[in-house]
Design a protein around this ligand. Structure first.
Ligand code: C2E
Ligand code: MG
Ligand code: MG
Length: 757
């Protein structure tokens, strides 16, 4: 507060324009009026001239005092209409007119009419003189003393009123939040202090481009005749003379770091944090007094503190509710905004004209981009996406200005758009990504996947709406990249069921509720089992079996499959060893491996350790991967499978025929066997066309030198056709359902018996 000074207090009120002291001469003798004028004309007191008013009776004086303001001194004759007319008037001035500041000098021709001391004290009379006593010099000093004491009384009063105003002004400012509101408050309260309507601008130098240099002078708040300037850059509008005056005054003030009152403009200087000073510029309707100057000084000091606090609060607010990278509202803030939209009637009892939609916009393959090109690049990309969402969704309107459109960043690469359905359309959002983003001199093309929630159908909180958006987004990602999906209530139920099952599976796995069954695989030439496929089973505590088609996707989705898959592999290896110990030394064991497992960075280690620890011979182990998996990310998979093959295990492609394998690809993958999907085996008996795919796979296997097995063989006819097509191997209910290890041993023994028989 100490560095807050008016640069040049004298300049605030040039001498010539200061108002005169007003003196009222009350006397029934006209001569007294003229001698008083003669004695005091052309004198200066406290730098101000004197001006005279005249009354010739107590009654007339009373009327003048009732009418005129700011009379400093009354030179009052004691004896006029009546002997005590003067004293009576003093009583009425103090009691009836309630004028307490005006100084009174009593004059009398006759010493005998002197009032009593009591009256002099009681009515606050400054002086009592006989007329003969008041020589010119004496009159001057008496009036000068009275004026000094009047000035002091006025200053005290002004200070009291001023302080009351400042306290009130600051109390009101404290109640405001946000720099903008406080800025308005400052202009309004400063206006009140000097008795003017709020008019002017409050500006600050914007931070520049991050190089440390300050940017242009920006108007934070504007009101009165200057109200159109809000949000403008003052320097950019120099062709307007009014703006030029304001801008020059602001620049001067910032340079001098002090308040000024030149050129009809009052400026107030508020030193801010980190050199970010504020300045208020207000056109002045009149000159301001010393008292007002002092008041404004106190006001500036108090405001500087409250601006500081307010900026602090704003900063805190900013960091609590905004994403630092893009400056957009963060998840917390978006939840508030969605809550507000719901409260404003976007929910089920909504106004159909204002259907609000929430869209989560996920950048496809952002993680890969981030890994490949670095985090700095990733950050720049996110900032570019944020800018594009803000500028292009509603061209020409910043998001804060577009009615009911809010854009936020709620997670790593997930943006959130909230607005009326008309604005928040999947096609419009995805169009924004058609043009490449220019980043670091490179053109980057990204697409986005959308999860949308119609708030009119949403029945819950803002946070719930975001969760629903997440569910819809996950669904959209499952379907296809660069697609979109609207949330539906069914998804919510499904997802809750999945979450429930995920927890149950995790604890079920720990409790040992999982086990393996083994389904024999048959050589069609000899009709004898050469191996088995290990199939995972889950029997819950209540004895119910959950089908693998239901729980395996959940295990994959939750990542639990990595742990479970390792256990399956070890279990299958152990079983293989048991079978070998039982004499089935050429027996093979097929183990299903899901994509999540194979992709896991430790998959190879896991495989090697499982083989080592169990001692299972790798050449009798086969891993089944699905065809869809075999076709994704070919380059990475080719390399991975090459390593897998080096451990000695072989590889089969499961569910073959359902995907879109390219031949060259299959060769590079170095697989050993194709498993014809059950659906084609089922079709086989239907028509000639039904067998065509099975036939093609068999031929393909032959051409590529791969083994082929048909799965899901249920009856003898299917087996026969397969044999005719040249398919060497089969698996299915015709031979055996999946069996427990004990049952498998019994079945194998029986098979031997049957075969032998
Ligand atoms: P899959 O690997 O294609 O397994 C063959 C499925 O066909 C098994 O179903 C088996 O019981 C069934 N099946 C066998 N013969 C016949 C038949 O003649 N008719 C019919 N209708 N079905 C037959 P299951 O055991 O329900 O397994 C379903 C899927 O779950 C498997 O399909 C596999 O993708 C997955 N799975 C099973 N165990 C594991 C595992 O340990 N790890 C992984 N990642 N996936 C597994
Ligand atoms: Mg399989
Ligand atoms: Mg299969």
């Amino acid at each position: 507060m100490d560095d807050l000074v008016f640069a040049d207090e004298v300049a605030i009120a040039p001498v010539t324009t200061r108002p005169p002291w007003r003196i009222l001469v009350v006397d029934d003798d006209a001569d007294v009026h003229s001698t008083t004028l003669f004695a005091l004309a052309d004198v200066d007191m406290q730098g101000r001239p004197l001006a005279f008013l005249h009354a010739y009776s107590a009654a007339e004086a009373f009327a003048v005092l009732g009418r005129e303001r700011d009379i400093a001194v009354i030179l009052l004759d004691v004896v006029m209409e009546r002997a005590d007319a003067g004293l009576q008037l003093v009583r009425r001035i103090r009691n009836e007119l309630d004028l307490h500041d005006v100084r009174i000098i009593l004059r009398t021709g006759q010493p005998g009419y002197a009032p009593e001391m009591e009256a002099i004290r009681g009515y606050d009379i400054n002086d009592y003189r006989t007329k003969s006593e008041l020589t010119r010099t004496k009159l001057y000093t008496t009036v000068a003393a009275a004026i000094r004491s009047y000035e002091q009384l006025c200053a005290l009063e002004a200070n009291r009123v001023g302080m009351e105003r400042i306290v009130a002004a600051c109390a009101q400012l404290m109640a405001l939040h946000g720099v903008r509101d406080v800025a308005y408050g400052i202009l309004a309260q400063a206006g009140k202090l000097i008795g003017q309507p709020a008019d002017g601008v409050l500006c600050t130098r914007e931070f520049g481009d991050g190089t440390g240099a300050f940017g242009p002078l920006g108007v934070v708040a504007a009101c009165g005749a200057s109200r159109d300037l809000e949000g403008c850059e003052l320097g950019a509008l120099y062709d307007d003379p009014h703006v030029t005056r304001l801008a020059q005054a602001a620049e001067r003030t910032l340079a001098r770091r002090a308040c000024t009152a030149d050129d009809g403009i009052l400026t107030l200087f508020f030193p801010g944090k980190a050199g970010r000073d504020f300045v208020a510029c207000m056109p002045l309707e009149r000159t301001i007094s010393d008292v007002e100057t002092r008041l404004l000084k106190v006001f500036c000091g108090m405001v500087a503190v409250s601006l500081d606090n307010c900026e602090l609060v704003t900063d805190l607010h900013q960091s609590a509710f905004h994403d630092p990278l893009t400056g957009l509202p963060n998840r917390t803030r978006m939840v508030e905004l969605i809550d507000a939209a719901l409260a404003a009637g976007a929910g089920p009892d909504h106004n159909p004209d204002q259907d609000a939609v929430l869209a989560l916009v996920d950048i496809d393959h952002f993680a890969e981009t981030n890994d490949a090109l670095g985090h700095r690049f990733g950050d720049l990309l996110l900032a570019a996406v944020a800018r594009r969402l803000c500028t292009r969704l509603v061209p020409g309107l910043a998001p804060g200005l577009a009615p009911s459109l809010h854009i936020g960043r709620i997670g790593g690469d997930i943006f959130c758009v909230l607005g009326i359905a008309e604005l928040v359309q999947p096609a419009a959002l995805q169009t924004l990504f058609l043009d490449a983003f220019h980043i670091d001199g490179q053109d980057v093309q990204v697409s986005s996947t959308l999860g949308l929630v119609r708030l009119a159908e949403h029945d819950g909180s803002g946070a719930d709406a975001l969760k629903d958006g997440d569910i819809a987004l996950k669904r959209a990602k499952l379907q296809q990249r660069a697609g979109h999906c609207y949330f539906s209530r069914g998804m919510g139920v499904e997802i809750r069921e999945r979450v429930r099952m995920m927890h149950a599976l995790r604890s079920g796995f720990r409790r040992g509720e999982l086990f393996l069954d083994y389904q024999p695989q048959i050589d069609l030439a000899t009709n004898r089992a050469f191996g088995a496929e290990a199939l995972l089973r889950w029997r819950q505590q209540d004895g119910q079996l959950v089908p693998p088609d239901r729980f395996i996707p959940i295990a994959e989705y939750s990542g639990l499959i990595v742990e479970i898959g390792e256990w399956v592999l070890r279990q299958a290896c152990t079983e293989l060893l048991r079978l070998r110990a039982a004499g089935y030394t050429a027996f093979t064991m097929s183990v299903n491996v899901s994509q999540v497992q194979l992709r896991h960075p430790h998959f190879l280690d896991m495989l090697r350790r499982a083989l080592d620890d169990t001692g299972a011979p790798p050449e009798f182990i086969e891993l089944e991967i699905t065809e869809s998996m075999a076709m994704e990310e070919p380059a990475a998979l080719v390399e991975k499978l090459a390593h897998v093959k080096r451990t000695g295990v072989s590889i089969a492609i499961d569910d073959f025929g359902t995907g879109f394998s390219s031949l060259s690809h299959l060769q590079r993958l170095q697989v050993d066997r194709l498993k014809i999907d059950r659906t084609f085996v089922t079709e086989i008996t239907g028509s000639a066309r039904g067998s065509s795919i099975a036939q093609m796979v068999v031929q393909l296997g032959r051409n590529l030198g791969l083994s082929v097995i048909a799965e899901g063989v249920e009856d003898e006819r299917q087996a026969q056709i397969l044999r005719q097509l040249g398919c060497p191997l089969a698996q299915g209910y015709l031979y055996s359902r999946p069996l427990s290890p004990e049952a498998l041993l019994v079945w194998l023994a029986g098979e031997t018996v049957t075969q032998a028989a």
